[in-house]
Design a protein around this ligand. Structure first.
Ligand code: CMP
Ligand code: CMP
Length: 317
């Protein structure tokens, strides 16, 4: 067992017992919550009593989760108040594929497995750890549960969010964001092999960054923390030769990606990347790159081989 895992298990022992009082309600309205999918108006968000310590823990988890971390602080409070702590033992089923679903879960403590059955074959598709969320698809798309999720350890703590609060506070902004980025990411060929769920997780993890013409997006030799896709505009990659002159090694347009080498190989940036026009990029931070684009690493590594070709060209200059 890793030290991280044993620390996690120590933390579990200290958590309070299950607290599930009858829900109270409060009036609330969210500015963001009603556009396309709901009529603007009031709704009563439930309040599930819990210790301040539990509230803090939930907030900490939500702020790490891209589904929730763009909420206003007021909306975040409403979500935290509405969440209910639920505990599971090893092998308990939290969600059953094809069942109806009315709640989304954020993992507080422990580990779970997600299995999907297709054409009679069941496969393990994902492992969930603290800070991850699941069960959002049934709520976003009003569909039956798309997979089965089971606790793989004792003392799994989940925070469940009811459909009503999700619909009013989280769903609309999550949907708008997904629709926008789904279109954009269709341009990115490298992502073709991701399944729908992986693509959605990616969308929930990316952020936008803007650069002016001539601005350096990446500087050779610096440590690398982000992986980029170009949404709009053009860029060039240039490598420094022995005389510190920049030699162009790559052109980029919308749909292209760069910045993967230092993340995959854990090394400083191997080239400069400069905006040739004003540019809008999407980026993933290192941790999310590893988590969300794990399935693509082999393709990225294979594609990296084409860079050697440029390096050889440069050596011959
Ligand atoms: P939902 O369909 O509500 O319930 C099952 C959950 O499993 C689903 O939401 C996703 O959060 C999660 N999940 C993880 N991987 C997959 C996958 N490959 N297909 C479908 N659902 C998945
Ligand atoms: P990284 O090293 O993280 O940051 C600079 C990026 O430039 C690099 O990842 C690649 O995505 C990109 N690049 C394009 N051409 C080359 C090349 N010939 N050598 C190294 N990096 C290149």
């Amino acid at each position: 067992m890793s030290s991280e895992e044993s620390e996690e298990e120590d933390a579990i022992e200290e958590l309070p017992e299950k607290i599930v009082p009858p829900p109270k309600f409060r009036k609330s309205v969210s500015a963001e919550a009603f556009g396309l999918y709901n009529k603007k108006g009031y709704f009563s968000a439930r309040i599930v009593d819990k210790k301040d310590e539990t509230k803090l823990k939930i907030k900490e988890r939500l702020l790490k989760s891209f589904m929730f971390n763009s909420l206003s602080s007021e909306d975040l409070e409403i979500v935290v108040d509405a969440m209910e702590e639920k505990r599971y033992k090893k092998n308990d089923t939290v969600i059953e594929q094809n069942a109806d679903g009315d709640e989304l879960f954020v993992v507080g403590e422990g580990k779970l497995h997600c299995y999907r059955t297709e054409k009679g074959e069941t496969n393990l598709v994902k492992t969930y750890s603290p800070g991850d969320y699941f069960g959002e698809l049934a709520l976003l798309y009003n569909a039956p549960r798309a997979a089965t999720i089971k606790a793989i350890k004792d003392n799994v703590v989940l925070y469940s969010l009811d459909r009503l609060t999700f619909n009013h506070i989280v769903k609309d902004s999550a949907m708008k964001r997904r629709e926008k980025y789904e279109e954009i990411l269709k341009l990115v060929r490298i992502l073709d092999s991701l399944d729908n769920n992986e693509r959605m997780k990616l969308i929930d993890s990316i952020s936008e960054m803007r650069f002016k013409q001539g601005e350096y997006i990446i500087r050779q030799g610096e440590p690398g923390n982000n992986f980029f896709f170009i949404m709009e505009g053009r860029a060039v990659a240039k490598k420094l030769n022995a005389d510190q002159q920049e030699i162009k090694v790559m052109d980029y347009k919308a749909g292209d990606y760069f910045g993967e080498i230092s993340l995959i190989k854990n090394q400083p940036r191997a080239a400069n990347v400069i905006a040739e026009t004003d540019l809008v990029a999407l980026f993933l931070e290192r941790q999310m790159f590893n988590r969300v684009l794990g399935p693509l690493k082999e393709i990225l590594k294979r594609n990296m081989k084409s860079y050697v070709h440029f390096e050889q060209q440069e050596d011959n200059l």
